[in-house]
Design a protein around this ligand. Sequence first.
Ligand code: SF4
Ligand code: SF4
Length: 440
Amino acid sequence: MLSVKITNALCNLQCAYCYEHVYRERANHRPLDLEAVLTQIEREQTAPYLHGGEALLAPLDVVEAILATSFEKIGHSSIQTNATLINEKHIELFKLYKTQVGVSFDGPGEMSRYRIPVDSKDKHVADLIWENIKWLRREGIQVGIICVLTKANGLPGQREAFKQWILELKELGITGRMNPAEIDYPSIQKIALTPEELDDFYRDMTRFILTEVGGDWLPYRDIVDSLLGLNQGTCSFAPCDYYNAGAERVILSDGSTASCMKTSKTGHIYPRFQNAGDRGFGLIRYEILPKIGQELGGCKDCKYWRNCTGGCPAEGIDGDWRNRSRYCLGLRGLFEETSRLLKMMLPNIELTTDRESEAFSDPNSVKGMNPDAFCFMSTLSNPRASSWRQDARVNLSHCRQTTQPLPSQSPSEDDCGHGDRQHGDRAHGDHGDHGDSWKV
Ligand code: SF4
Ligand code: SF4
């Protein structure tokens, strides 16, 4: 994904947990040089999506220039916004350039308590965002949600209201992504879910989304695909070079380039460190994590290693990108609960965790698993195919011979960034994606 931060970190809301606080001061002095931005987009030969800060703080003609550039390249465009500033002119542009609008929103009312500034007295911001989401849909514009999980919307006491909101989004034809808040400053750490709270949330939502909602809510659909060996999923479930994150290439307002801004947790905006060979500067994480014991911050002997690869490096324990994700417990909950549901429905399914390493061509990927997950359920490779009967479990080597991965299933094919491995943003879906998941 090519993220054009046309307003850098400038934002009218500045949510309590925003990861951009640390570099906001350093980024916002940069001038706007639209010519330089457009030149850099051409250099990168990728469709841009508009991101911020709050992208709609930019002048209308600047917004239009970026949307039009994307539309010319791929026939649609995308933007991530807090949706508070949308006006009729924006709506016209979104229709003209077939814009997929990713809205950052944590739910109606009090569930969005931390989306607005901590000391804000304006209680209407969440209502305004919710109304604008409905307005966008009435106008036929595609919308995806990035919902950040905190103690305002992720605790058991809020669960029924949260689920009701998800069902209302379903009625509107909207899905999205649920991300735990990534907070690195101690003063506000108390609003983040604990690992145990996130584990409880993810397990409950896995059951809810997969059995009552459907659609392509992330990370739940990512986990299904991953366990079936179909797809690695969004960027946090695959190796990411911290200093040159291919899944989130950034262009700032002056045309300069940066790595994923989630790596700027010390306030320093890294350029994209290239020419570091195949290993990059950050890919050593994926060599060392599987060798280090879990009690020491590693992932040794974790059965989900090739599905998870330690999670997003920007979420590393103690803010250290080399460690595994601080959300390990929640990630494990996602994989465990999804495995349980899949096995209950289809006992003869073969998940990635059922297979030895020789079924994969890459130690850090599930893709190209051979034989595939359905080998005992396919009449093409199995004369006694069944979703549950024990006698369907014929010799695995027979399946291996007859189930060859298609060329497009090569592990390397979509593992470059957003060209791309999906970053998971919904229209950045944040760390989302711009692909088929936009269908509403
Ligand atoms: S959010 Fe994605 S691109 Fe950014 S550091 Fe994490 S894994 Fe890498
Ligand atoms: S679930 Fe935890 S231990 Fe396993 S790979 Fe992911 S971060 Fe590492």
